[in-house]
Design a protein around this ligand. Structure first.
Ligand code: FAD
Length: 1002
């Protein structure tokens, strides 16, 4: 009797479940050789050759051209008898295909499908049908667990389910039978042995062939070439000299870049077949597994298929040369915007990654062996999700680049539901182009993820930390370099931090996608109005606020003009404020410190004398050097610095009146007002009048003093008054300070102020609740007439009177009413973004009121710049800080308990005196205290308050704790060096924690 062999529909790709017959290359009766192409079939990816592995004659029945045949089912037959062109009904077909056919039962096997490219076996989870049940095409008969998910097994043929069926829980290799389908219920086997866990059915079974008009169904070859794909129009490589190679083998060799010369062939007479080619190029897994392995003592259990798949994929990833790049991103704006749009943050982040990727398409490419790059434009991102059983599933959000957020959210909701129970379809987890893993919710402070072959970058998102949220990309160096990833992350940062710019355009993106136009949404979008302006942005005022703003804008390539009515930038801070006052303070410190040298055991230094001329020379040198440096830096950064007075002619025109020459105008898109706030002199009789003579000075004019006064009257007990009082006291001046309120340092934290006042009162005379009635006289012979609380009047004879009565913005000459900029009292009204009531005009620094401090102005300048660049940045006063350069220095960061309580925060504080600190005792700087304020509910440190020498340095620690939103536990665990005053912070945190623990127990 002739032997018949089935030519089955091969599985030519991991997603292929069936194929369509396109051509027959041989006719029934034609002689065929092993390796011949007998037909072509169309798969889901391409038209591919069907190769035979047996010599003989082609025999029918052949599947019709155009017929759809399931993978593993027969297309035709090979007979060893010439002229035997058709199999008669009832004839027996014996399975003996050279590819180690799995013997089958009397019926069509239902084989373990290959549901992902990494799947080599599956576990039977349930049987949805029982032997004998009617099966319709498309029915789900079972579920199986793959390496990625629990999936349905669908059948493509009608009939009845028949055993033996694989046990629930048994592991079945891909392509091996799990059960069978018979065409007659009488043939259904429900009593036979179930397929054992090793599922290798050893016996061959004889089967009656199907009716001649139907192709026979034969089990899938075990070695279905799932990993060999000859897709694509690659011309086959040439036959090796003097050797035979099948056309398919040559095509696969071309695809995989395998050299056939010297390759052993396992076909008849040593013909090289496709399997030989596949073996010649070891898989990534094989390469990786050939790495030295360390044996571990003990009895290992077998991995589940999921564990095995993860292990193999991870080992295969060892072949990727990777590197990591981290950027910290502030996700607050994105989180808020996502919430407002009712989309999950995960979806918003995925979309942001896609938006940023529009500029960096390489991030979405992949390396393909050998020496190829797959350039993909479809953004199909895998996003890791925790399944209900604690494992990790990575469903794919498809088409992110073209779908609006709402559509993506829709997709995501369904995906997550299915991912949690591991019920994803193969397309839902196969072939991502980029992957995102967010472990932020698990509190990890930093981590890196491992990209697997097929992607070139994976993004790992950690928990929000002091610097923001760390976004780490691990990249494949064959595809990406460090700069690619760094630039991508920088863009991603901008995209995430300014979500409004692209989130609003969600539907526009979709519309573009529909019209077929490329979605070119890129973030961020600057709010600077479009127009043919002389300058996109002008800045009025060159102090810390204006200068920092200008620099940030220039740094980002914006053409900026900064007009300042002084020859050098720096503003009040450099010329009349922080810098000169601290230069004086530095000299005063030397005098004050020497007075304590004797306590340390150093004699002879306690009578220093002041060299005023040198003090002034030094001060001026610092100022002019810094002014010079600032101007050079500004010009170097291509800021167009102009000297002159700026005022608004209209909403987009600035009039500049230079020191010399005619006024002129420039047009602008947006403007930033940073004009500061001059010293304010109240209408006390004689006070304003004597400014001109120099008998009365302010912080603007005190720098003109020829010598330190012998006697100084100070009106006003704020920070400037107190600083000046102590400086001049140290210079040997007799000081009287008058304050009309009940206490001086009204804005300083109460307990700190109280202690500082007590110390101050030992050095200078302070009178509170005083009325200042008149200032008169001439410089060197001034009379300050005042009354105490009881109304008893006195006169203080002094050389000069300092009016330290605050600062007040003066915008009267800016024409703000012409451009729609509203005021709040004397200050310009702004929102947290430093934007005025005219949307294209921003204002920063002293001119907007609040804390009138240089770093506050500079921060606001950067906030304004950030917003003009299209980023949603805000100034947060609750994280601001300040130092009073008194002795000891007072300082604050964040909120006091009283301020916190006023905001509804249940705040607690701990304080420690400097007198118990070892370092402070050594140096004799034991006055003062440090206080830590924490939010009781979260343990977050929300304020730090100081009265201590070196507060100007110690405050940095408080700034970091508050800005970084550190908790008491974190600070309690931090290691501070001994002996330093910094130890107090750890001590304070532990003390407060202990107290909270004790009180919580009660
Ligand atoms: C004695 C003293 C000590 C101080 N010490 C400290 C300190 O230790 N630490 C601290 O943080 N802060 C300190 N300050 C405060 C600090 O100086 C200010 O908060 C800071 O300079 C404000 O910066 P600004 O950019 O808002 O304005 P300013 O620094 O005032 O700059 C404004 C600039 O704009 C110019 N200008 C105004 N109007 C126009 C116009 N129409 N056209 C063109 N140019 C214009 C002004 O001439 C000036 O150059 C101190 C202040 C004083 C007075």
């Amino acid at each position: 009797m002739s032997q018949h062999y089935a030519i089955t529909m091969p599985q030519l790709s991991d997603t292929m479940t069936e194929g369509v017959v396109v051509t027959w290359e041989k006719q029934p009766g034609d002689k065929v050789e092993r390796g011949d192409i007998v037909a072509t079939v169309e798969t889901d990816k391409a038209i591919m050759d069907v190769e035979v592995f047996k010599a003989g004659y082609l025999a029918g029945p052949l599947a019709d051209v155009g017929a759809t045949i399931a993978v593993g089912a027969a297309l035709g037959y090979i007979t060893d008898t010439a002229g035997d062109v058709a199999i008669a009904a009832g004839e027996v077909v014996e399975e003996q295909a050279q590819t180690e056919m799995i013997p089958h039962h009397a019926g069509t096997p239902i084989v373990m499908p290959q549901l992902s490219d990494t799947m080599i076996e599956g576990v039977v989870v349930t049987w949805e049908k029982q032997p004998g049940d009617v099966i319709k095409r498309g029915d789900i008969v079972a579920t199986v667990e793959t390496d990625k998910a629990i999936m349905d097994v669908e059948v493509f043929q009608e009939g009845f389910l028949s055993g033996p069926i694989a046990d629930v829980g048994s592991v079945v290799e891909v392509g091996h039978p799990m059960a069978f389908i018979v065409d007659d219920v009488a043939k259904a086997n429900d009593t036979g042995v179930t397929i054992s866990a090793d599922h290798k059915v050893k016996n061959t079974h004889k089967v009656a062939p199907p009716a001649a008009d139907k192709p026979a169904h034969i089990p899938t070859p075990k070695a279905a070439p799932a990993h060999i794909s000859a897709a694509g129009n690659v011309p086959p490589v040439a036959r090796p000299a003097g050797r035979q190679a099948s056309p398919y083998a040559r095509k696969v060799a071309a695809q995989l870049g395998v050299n056939l010369t010297g390759l052993a062939g396992t076909g008849p007479s040593g013909v090289i077949v496709a399997a030989d080619v596949a073996r010649a190029r070891p898989s990534m897994q094989e390469v990786a597994h050939s790495l030295p392995q360390v044996d571990v003592p003990g009895q290992g259990r077998a991995m589940t298929s999921m564990e095995k798949a993860v292990s193999h994929a991870m080992t295969a990833s060892l072949t990727l040369p990777t590197f990591n790049v981290t950027v910290n991103i502030d996700t607050a704006a994105l989180t808020a915007a996502a919430k407002a749009k009712k989309v999950s943050v995960t979806v918003a982040i995925a979309k942001a990654c896609s938006v940023a990727m529009a500029k960096f398409p390489r991030m979405n490419w992949a390396y393909q062996p050998v020496d190829k790059l797959v350039e993909r434009s479809n953004h199909d991102f895998g996003v890791a999700v925790m399944s209900n059983d604690g494992g990790l599933v990575v469903p794919i959000l498809h088409g992110i680049e073209k779908k609006p957020l709402e559509a993506l959210q829709n997709d995501w909701t369904g995906l997550v539901e299915r991912a949690r129970v591991r019920k994803l379809a193969p397309a839902e987890y196969s072939n991502p182009t980029f992957t995102i893993s967010n472990m932020g919710m698990l509190g990890v402070s930093h981590f890196t993820a491992i990209p697997t072959p097929g992607i070139s970058a994976i993004l790992a998102i950690a928990a929000n930390g002091p610097q923001g949220t760390p976004f780490t990309i691990t990249g494949d160096h064959r595809v990406l370099n460090g700069a690619d990833v760094a630039l991508y992350l920088a863009t991603l940062k901008q995209t995430i931090e300014a979500p409004d710019a692209w989130m609003a355009g969600g539907t526009a993106v979709a519309a573009e996608a529909v019209t077929g136009q490329a979605a070119t949404v890129s973030a961020p979008v600057s709010p600077i109005p479009e127009g043919n302006w002389d300058f996109p942005v002008v800045i009025v005022g060159g102090g810390p606020g204006g200068e920092d703003c200008a620099r940030d804008l220039a740094d980002h390539g914006i053409k900026v003009m900064m007009v300042n009515n002084e020859p050098f930038p720096g503003g009040e801070c450099l010329w009349r404020g922080c810098i000169p006052s601290k230069a004086w303070r530095a000299a005063a410190d030397v005098i004050r410190n020497r007075a304590h040298d004797a306590e340390m055991g150093v004699d002879g230094t306690n009578a220093p004398t002041l060299n005023w001329a040198q003090v002034e020379k030094h001060r001026r040198w610092v100022q002019s050097s810094r002014g010079d440096m600032a101007l050079k830096a500004d010009k170097g950064m291509k800021i167009d610095v102009r000297e002159g007075y700026g005022e608004f002619a209209d909403a987009h025109t600035l009039k500049i009146t230079p020191v010399e020459g005619e006024p002129y105008t420039v047009s602008f898109g947006a403007a930033v007002i940073a004009t500061g706030a001059p010293a304010f002199v109240p209408p006390i009789p004689g006070a304003r009048e004597n400014l001109a003579t120099g008998g009365v000075v302010t912080s603007d004019t005190i720098w003109n003093l020829a010598t330190p006064p012998k006697k100084l009257g100070i009106v006003g007990g704020g920070v400037i008054g107190v600083e000046m009082a102590q400086i001049f006291r140290d210079f040997g001046t007799e000081v009287l300070m008058l304050e009309r309120n009940e206490r001086i340092l009204a804005e300083t934290e109460e307990e700190i102020a109280k202690q500082l006042i007590a110390l101050l009162e030992k050095e200078v005379t302070v009178l509170t609740s005083a009325s200042i009635n008149e200032v008169s006289g001439t410089p060197g012979a001034m009379k300050l007439r005042y009354a105490n609380k009881e109304g008893i009047e006195s006169v203080f004879d002094c050389d000069v009177v300092l009016m330290a009565t605050g600062k007040r913005p003066d915008t009267s000459k800016l024409n703000l009413d012409k451009i729609g900029v509203e005021l709040d009292g004397a200050a310009i009204k702004v929102n947290a973004r430093c934007q005025t009531s005219a949307p294209h005009i921003y204002a920063v620094g002293d001119v907007i009121g609040g804390y009138m401090l240089a770093h506050t102005a500079a921060t606001q300048g950067r906030v304004a710049a950030d917003n003009l660049l299209g980023h949603g940045s805000e100034y947060d006063q609750d994280k601001d800080c300040g130092v009073t350069f008194s002795r000891p220095q007072a300082g604050f960061v964040g909120l006091s308990v009283a301020q916190a309580k006023a905001k509804g925060i249940d705040a607690v504080e701990a304080k420690m005196p400097m007198s118990i600190d070892a370092k402070a005792m050594i140096t004799g700087e034991t006055e003062g205290m440090i206080k830590l304020v924490a939010d009781k509910a979260t343990g977050r440190i929300i304020g730090v308050h100081y009265l201590a020498d070196h507060t100007d340095t110690l405050i940095g620690i408080g700034v970091m704790m508050v800005a970084g939103e550190m908790t008491l536990t974190q600070v309690a665990k931090a290691i501070f060096p001994h002996p330093t005053q910094t130890e107090l912070f750890g001590e304070l945190a532990r003390r407060l924690l202990n107290r909270l623990r004790r009180t919580a127990k009660k």
